[in-house]
Ligand binder design. Structure first.
Ligand SMILES: Cc1ncc(COP(=O)(O)O)c(C=O)c1O
Length: 416
């Protein structure tokens, strides 16, 4: 007797799809045009590749600030750099605490550790993977210096509530928008503008790219100056002084990156619009499959397309599903991350700087910090069991989306 399992490509059946999909690391999956090439050539012809005194990075910054309706944007070399500038601008004392999510790229955490602060992990919503406000509230202490929220995969984090919680505690909210350009956490409000500082990445896999790059935005002129100082070795370029007012790095973006990023920013609305349209088609065609929670579309910018499985109804966990979908020719990932950020050896072993356990030890911290399994159960279950990520791209055609839908339905029928 044959079962529907035998029809799966994983078990020798015919795959739904054999043609490749557009991907973010190839031209077919990027939205580049002649304007990017022309801008790069213009920079080269001018001879100034550094942004000091140039016009491209400065233009990118003013376009980014205008797009977000804020007073200031500071460009830098990566999303991690933008987050480090944000933490640096707050100038925590060693051992101060920053409450954040364990479901994020490690760049979010590096920015905290690099300023000798302690990441304190709050748990997440079991469906979106975004910070749970209630859990954040429980993590606050007299040493809390900031809250960092991540808009995971482009889904809006509850930053209006989180900003309220942070501000009532007297600390700022930083929004990590690396995956969330044009995400709307509330109607008409863009990610990065609800908190005190918004941080973005222009790395290869993001909505728009210049290879590597980042931006931090704020409406607060004092914070903006501190961001800029931190990304430029503490040197006050707004004065003639050749001195260093505060600690900082060289995180300057080059004119070559700025030239590409400025043109890319002009394409952003179209990119997100196309991603949303394709995502809407998939949401409509998968609606009602038992055991699968589809992403809420409101405000989502669909950097990726997440499905959350109820393993008992959907016929298995994320890894089983990802293997079956990949065999069908669909770009699916069963492990967004191998584990929550706190299970990475650098934190699990408590070794950030040599053998010192600094800054996780007391002093300078108020206690010795350890990060044991079970710290954030919802995050652990999401990553290990329920979260399945479909790669997403603005060049997906209706036919591409329909192939994805067919494969998801096929796998669902076979596994359940
Ligand atoms: C949520 C999040 N935060 C931070 C970063 C770090 O950005 P970058 O890779 O540009 O340093 C990324 C990028 O992968 C990210 O997705």
């Amino acid at each position: 007797m044959t079962s529907t399992l035998d029809g799966l490509a994983l078990h020798g059946g015919t795959p739904v799809r054999t043609r490749p999909f557009p991907v973010a690391t190839e031209a077919a999956g990027r939205t580049f045009g002649e304007e990017e090439s022309a801008a790069v050539l213009e920079v080269l012809a001018g001879g100034r590749l550094n942004a000091l005194g140039g016009s491209h990075v400065a233009g990118l910054e003013s376009d980014m600030a205008r797009l977000h309706g804020v007073g200031h944007a500071v460009a830098c070399s990566s999303g991690t750099a933008a987050l480090h500038m944000a933490i640096g601008a707050l100038d925590p004392d060693p051992g101060d605490e920053v409450v954040t999510t364990p479901v994020t790229d490690f760049g979010t955490i590096i920015a905290i550790l690099a300023q000798n602060a302690v990441p304190v992990f709050a748990d997440v919503d079991p469906l979106t993977g975004n910070l749970s406000p209630e859990s954040v509230r429980r993590c606050l202490s007299p040493r809390t210096r900031a809250v960092v929220a991540v808009h995971l995969l482009g889904a809006p984090a509850p930053v209006v509530e989180l900003a309220d919680i942070a501000h009532r505690h007297g600390v700022p909210l930083i929004e990590d928008c690396a995956q969330a350009l044009l995400t709307e956490p509330a109607p008409g409000r863009l990610a990065g503008t609800v908190g005190d500082i918004g941080c973005f990445s222009l790395q290869q896999y993001k909505h728009i790219t210049c290879g590597d790059g980042g931006l931090a935005i704020t409406d607060d002129p004092a914070l903006a100056r501190r961001l800029r100082l931190f990304g430029d070795k503490g040197r006050p370029r707004d004065t003639a002084a050749r001195t260093h007012l505060s600690f900082g790095m060289n995180y300057r973006m080059t004119e070559l990156q700025g030239a590409v990023a400025k043109v890319q920013l002009g394409r952003l609305r179209g990119v997100v619009e196309r991603r949303r349209r394709a995502a809407h088609r998939l949401v409509e065609s998968l609606r009602g499959l038992p055991g699968i929670t589809l992403p809420a579309e409101d405000g989502h910018s669909f950097w990726s397309f997440p499905l959350v499985l109820d393993p008992s109804l959907a016929g298995g966990t994320n890894l089983r599903w990802a293997a079956a979908l990949r065999a069908e020719g669909i770009l699916a990932e069963g492990r967004l991350l191998d584990h929550p950020a706190y299970a990475s050896p650098v934190l699990a072993n408590g070794r950030v700087y040599g053998n010192s356990a600094f800054p996780l030890s007391s002093p300078p911290s108020r206690k010795d910090w350890t990060y044991a399994p079970g710290l954030c159960p919802a995050a652990e279950r999401l990553l290990a069991t329920t979260l399945l990520v479909l790669f997403w791209n603005e060049h997906y055609t209706d036919a591409d989306v329909d192939d994805i839908s067919t494969a998801v339905r096929k796998v669902h029928t076979a596994l359940t």
